[in-house]
Design a protein around this ligand. Structure first.
Ligand code: ZN
Length: 277
């Protein structure tokens, strides 16, 4: 694994006898190319697979630098990439217009995000998939909606490692954006915990490696957010007052999207409950 300073994204490489799998590709075409060069310094094996842990730009926009690789993503992440890309380019355009650059996010980096051509996934799956790297396998597991609707985790059983994407963050708080599912995130983390052993290592989407206990604590905080939203919504507290009323594990400014999205999801069963016939 390696951390890169721009958006402090954590990427991974898994080496098998048949080739390398790169997990997440950073935020621009140029950053993807520099990641590819860094991987080259580790090994001359072909990079045959790229896995995107979810659709967000800091994990997918570097895909374009891995033209020979087969790109894997969860089906929701593949479906959501275009919409997310439109949103994030709008944000970066605003950053540029307002002069909101600060190293390591320079104007060049912001412009690179705008100029990067998307390279969508070649292969998708719904629940589980296994990459056969030759002498080892890497399991891609969908744990449900949380940080987005397209988060997957990559488990490498022989070394007891799980790449958790942004379902787990170490260097910052879990990120609740406009596409998060705050009420379902705890259940997704319970499933992640189901594939992490006591001695196992978890690689977060941002930050340093953590252990199972760390993920358990983060699950506790994410569950407090979900339960608080549920209680406020069901006791009739209006959305505008919810942030002030709740007892939150993190500062309120961080939870605006979480509360708005949670209220939407608590109100309507439309996209949460379907009759299967
Ligand atoms: Zn993300």
């Amino acid at each position: 694994m390696r951390r890169y300073p721009e958006w402090d994204v954590t990427v991974g490489v898994v080496a098998g006898s048949d080739g390398l799998a790169v997990i997440d590709t950073r935020a621009t075409a140029g950053q993807g190319r520099s990641l590819r060069d860094d991987v080259r310094r580790l090994s001359s094996s072909p990079i045959r697979w790229v896995v995107n842990t979810h659709q967000h730009f800091d994990h997918t926009f570097g895909n374009i630098a891995f033209d020979d690789a087969e790109i894997w993503a969860h089906e929701n992440a593949a479906m959501g990439l275009d919409a997310h890309a439109r949103w994030v380019r709008e944000q970066r355009r605003e950053n540029l217009a307002n002069g909101e650059e600060a190293p390591p996010i320079t104007t060049d980096v912001l412009q690179d995000v705008l100029d990067t051509r998307l390279r969508p996934a070649d292969r998708t799956f719904s629940s589980v998939a296994v990459l056969d790297l030759g002498d080892r396998g890497a399991e891609l597991v969908y744990c449900g909606r949380g940080h987005t609707d397209g988060d997957l985790v990559v488990r490498v059983p022989d070394v007891d490692v799980v790449f958790a994407g942004d379902l787990v963050e170490q260097s910052g708080r879990p990120s609740y954006g406009p596409d998060c599912f705050p009420l379902e995130w705890p259940a997704a983390l319970e499933m992640v915990l189901g594939v992490v052993t006591d001695g196992g290592t978890v690689l977060p989407g941002h930050g340093s490696p953590v252990d199972r206990e760390f993920v358990q604590r983060q699950h506790g905080d994410v569950a407090v957010v979900a339960n608080t939203i549920g209680q406020l919504a069901s006791s009739g507290v209006p959305l505008a007052a919810a942030l002030d009323e709740g007892d939150w594990p993190w500062e309120r400014a961080h939870l605006e999207h979480a509360v708005r999205r949670g209220y939407e999801h608590a109100a309507g069963p439309s996209d949460q409950l379907r009759i299967i016939s």
